[in-house]
Design a protein around this ligand. Structure first.
Ligand SMILES: *Cc1c(COP(=O)(O)O)cnc(C)c1O
Length: 411
């Protein structure tokens, strides 16, 4: 039978046009590679924006999905769900948290994390403490509360009154955080490494300073590890890199390996307000999603896997530093931790991403004129060598364009 997608979408799309999409569609994937509907192959260093943490078609994930799919897809949270209880137990055993609530997305996880921080103070007799200190350049999702928390006017404008209770200060600025604390402050909401903001890694003293300020003022430290979590940085969660323990955490993206799943997690103390009836989600943590989550953890928590991510990430970063040395006109800086890496470019980052795509390699633009490299965590030497070769060719083309422009403007 002819593949109905083989001649790509020629009809006008009926999808609400909120994305500026590249005119490429993919039909299948295998490991770090995607095959487009025209049969051409792309090296995928975006992984669906850090979602496909074990690449495409990972046999263990495929088996878990099919196996659970044959048994049971969904039951309501009005009943016990053994797959979810197992996943929650494994996540709490491997982290600071005592409780997990499963969601369907990162933004939904953030909503729950924000509610948990507010409720903690409300049940402690301080309902006036509902504000969270947030950071410029942050991204927390596209729901009404999370656009307010992210603070980007492009995402806020035109959607009615901004949700109250978020006080942005410059990222990395402890003095500003301290000055922003008021009697209404419930906590601090922070990405340990800003993802959409451009792989911005604060000094380790920043996260430690936030922990100290939260302890001093009785505030909740809420970390958004939707992008940096689930092994991306070589630790299960990025806050472990700097030895700081949060009170509440939101995660998603990699947690389902491509199946929509998210979670917020809390210590017993910080989750004290979230009792029967305070929160819910129809799909959240259903058997199919949490079976996929368990399969991801089988791989990510296997002995040596995370150390390997850290080691491979460092190797990739060193290769990228060499690429920068070879192309100083194009590449300004290499940044990031583990396999959450960024290339800050001198040319517009979107042009760099287009040039990489012309070499059949996928990277993802972010803030600060950065392109992100978020390869599947299973990528290794072979894929890195291929990636560097493709990025090297992309840089050569961009250099040729620059030279052409210079010649053009001097004549
Ligand atoms: C992607 C992302 C979100 C939002 O996740 P969605 O699944 O798109 O709702 C929130 N926070 C961070 C740090 C993210 O990277």
């Amino acid at each position: 039978m002819a593949d109905p997608m083989s001649s790509a979408p020629q009809i006008p799309s009926a999808i609400l046009p909120t994305y500026a999409r590249a005119d490429v569609a993919f039909a299948r994937g295998d490991g770090c590679w995607l095959e487009a509907t025209d049969g051409s192959r792309y090296l995928d260093f975006g992984a669906g924006i850090a979602v496909c943490c074990l690449g495409h078609g990972h046999p263990h994930l495929v088996e878990a999905l099919i196996d659970q799919g044959r048994k049971l897809w969904h039951v309501s949270n009005l009943f016990r769900i053994p797959e979810a209880e197992l996943l929650a137990k494994r996540l709490t055993d491997a982290s600071f948290a005592d409780y997990v609530f499963f969601t369907n997305s990162g933004a939904e996880a953030l909503e729950g994390a924000i509610k948990t921080a507010r409720k903690y103070h409300a049940v402690g007799g301080h309902p006036e403490k509902f504000r969270l200190i947030t950071f410029e350049g942050a991204f927390h999702g596209r729901t009404l509360a999370t656009i307010a928390a992210g603070g980007n006017p492009k995402y806020i404008d035109g959607f009615g009154p901004k949700v109250e209770g978020f006080d942005p200060v410059p990222f990395g600025d402890l003095v500003a955080v301290k000055a922003a604390i008021t009697p209404e402050t419930a906590g601090v909401l922070v990405e340990p490494i800003q993802g959409e903001g451009g792989i911005r890694v604060p000094p380790s003293s920043f996260m430690r300073g936030l922990r100290a300020l939260c302890d001093e003022h009785g505030l909740m430290l809420v970390v958004d590890e939707v992008q940096s979590g689930m092994g991306r940085t070589g630790k299960l969660f990025a806050h472990e890199l700097v030895g700081v323990t949060p009170d509440i955490l939101a995660t998603a993206k990699g947690i389902g390996g491509g199946f929509p799943l998210g979670a917020f997690m809390a210590t017993r103390e910080s989750g004290r307000g979230m009792i029967v009836g305070t929160h819910g989600s129809t799909y959240g943590g259903n058997p199919l999603a949490t079976a996929c989550g368990n399969a991801v953890l089988d791989v990510v928590l296997a002995p040596g896997f995370l150390d390997d991510v850290a080691r491979k990430g460092l190797a990739l970063k060193q290769r990228l530093a060499a690429l920068q040395d070879a192309h100083p006109q194009i590449i300004a800086e290499i940044r990031g931790e583990g396999m959450m890496l960024g290339i800050r470019t001198h040319v517009p980052n979107t042009e760099f991403a287009v040039a990489a795509r012309a070499q059949h390699m996928l990277v993802i633009p972010a803030g600060d004129n950065v392109v992100r490299l978020l390869p599947p965590l299973i990528a290794g030497e072979e894929e890195f060598a291929e990636a560097i070769a493709r990025l090297d060719r992309a840089c050569r083309h961009l250099e040729a364009d620059l030279a052409g422009k210079r010649n053009g403007s001097s004549s």
